[in-house]
Design a protein around this ligand. Structure first.
Ligand code: AMP
Ligand code: MG
Length: 401
């Protein structure tokens, strides 16, 4: 059906087979580790919480002393969070606050709302259940537990979890140095006047933003003219400085497309025409130590091919275990009666009814569709969609994770 075209999954397999996960690691303070990729699983050397503590502001007591409602106990001590009380004498209670260690001998906490205080005595108006409002030592994390696996990008809550067991620094994978350049004599930077026949270099912004979302150290070589010499020179420079080079434009087979011959001259290249829409051409190769991925120049195509191909390749290079998006099943609130024979990535947005709306123009030159959307529907080749059908949704929130 797609003669001469390579299927998306096949291309992804081949790409991932060519990815080399970075071996170098470094230790970073836990406070700076969000967004980095954890290089080694982390185990806890301690219990969390480290001791039995109170989940409420109230009174710690021995249940035997409050077997019936209305028991009156002497308040013999006060235990704020951060301090350690004395063993609880029988017949007494301890004023206790949330997070404070439960004194030895106490077997329940009565919340203050169920107590009446008079002078130095407290009346217990409700009979406590065994262990009530006591958070047990190790009830969150037990010593020896694995708290974080290797190969995950650390989120804020992961660094908080590491900190909760006293980890001050984490082993992470070195940051990927990602080179970017943009081919095309028609390109102009925003801020400069736009002469007739020229367009703004929007891909520079999209691809820089994507590279930063994935925590890359970006080396941006800017606009490269449509010439073999300029393309080769930029490639040579980037290959010395980067782990990976991603470019936009110049991978078609027009007279002004110099990426293919330039990469072939400086390294090795595979050119693929992929059975997907948007984004047909994709170049994959190597220049020196650097992996090379050449994306189409069309802004929608370069955005989508980045998400579909560069993202998993980059994640694999970063040492991330899970590189394929799971996607979710969602209800299409649109018709797509004339599907393309190629696999399509349709720009869609959630509506208030919990279904997906389709951007009215799916033309790959319409960059508005990508900004309007919440994500992409991954629509199988030749698959017509009718309103109410279940489709596979790849949300930006998952793809950017
Ligand atoms: P190419 O892949 O070089 O043939 O470019 C395909 C289309 O994308 C052409 O219409 C180009 O003008 C456009 N294009 C190429 N590079 C960029 C860019 N960096 N920003 C916006 N549009 C671009
Ligand atoms: Mg071009």
């Amino acid at each position: 059906m797609n003669k001469g075209l390579l299927e998306v999954d096949e291309a992804l397999e081949r790409l991932l087979a060519g990815a080399r996960p970075l071996r170098d690691r470094e230790s970073v303070p836990t406070l700076q580790a969000t967004g980095r990729v954890l290089a080694e699983a982390q185990r806890s050397g301690m219990n969390v919480p480290p001791m039995d503590n109170s989940a409420m502001d109230g009174y710690a007591l021995r249940r035997a002393d409050a077997a019936a409602a209305g028991a009156r106990l002497k308040v013999a001590q006060r235990i704020p969070a951060g301090s350690v009380g004395r063993p609880l004498a029988p017949g007494t209670a301890a004023r206790i606050f949330t997070g404070a260690p439960v004194p030895e001998g106490a077997d329940a906490i009565v919340m203050q709302e169920h107590c009446t205080v008079e002078g130095d005595a407290v009346t217990i108006n409700k009979v406590p259940a065994p262990g009530e409002w006591i958070r047990r030592a190790g009830s969150d994390i037990r010593a020896g537990d694995t708290i974080l696996p290797a190969g995950v990008r650390l989120r804020p809550q992961d660094t908080g979890l590491a900190a909760s067991i006293g980890i001050a620094a984490l082993p992470v994978v070195r940051t990927v140095k990602l080179g970017l350049f943009f081919t095309g004599d028609e390109l102009v930077m925003p801020g400069d006047p736009l002469p007739p026949g020229r367009i703004y270099n929007s891909n520079r912004f999209t691809l820089n933003g994507l590279a930063r979302i994935f925590g890359c150290d970006v080396r941006d070589y800017g606009i490269v003219p449509d010439s073999l010499e300029a393309t080769r020179e930029t490639l040579r420079r980037a290959a010395l400085e980067c782990d990976m080079i991603v470019t936009s434009g110049g991978v078609s087979v027009g007279d002004a497309d110099f990426v293919k011959p330039a990469v072939e001259a400086e390294g090795e290249l595979l050119m693929w025409r992929i059975a997907m829409k948007p984004g047909r051409p994709l170049a994959f190769g190597r220049v020196g130590q650097a992996a090379f991925l050449g994306l189409p120049g069309n802004p929608v195509s370069s955005f989508v091919t980045f998400l579909v191909f560069v993202r998993p390749f980059l994640l694999r290079t970063q040492g991330i275990a899970e590189v394929r998006p799971r996607g979710i099943d969602a209800r299409a609130d649109f018709d797509w009666p004339e599907p393309d024979p190629r696999r399509e990535f349709l720009r869609v947005k959630w509506n208030a009814r919990g279904g997906l709306d389709l951007y009215p123009t799916q033309d790959s030159a319409v960059l508005m569709s990508t900004a309007w959307a919440d994500g992409l529907v991954d629509n199988p080749a030749g698959h017509a969609v009718r309103a109410g059908d279940t489709v596979r949704f790849l949300g930006y929130s998952e793809l950017y994770g």
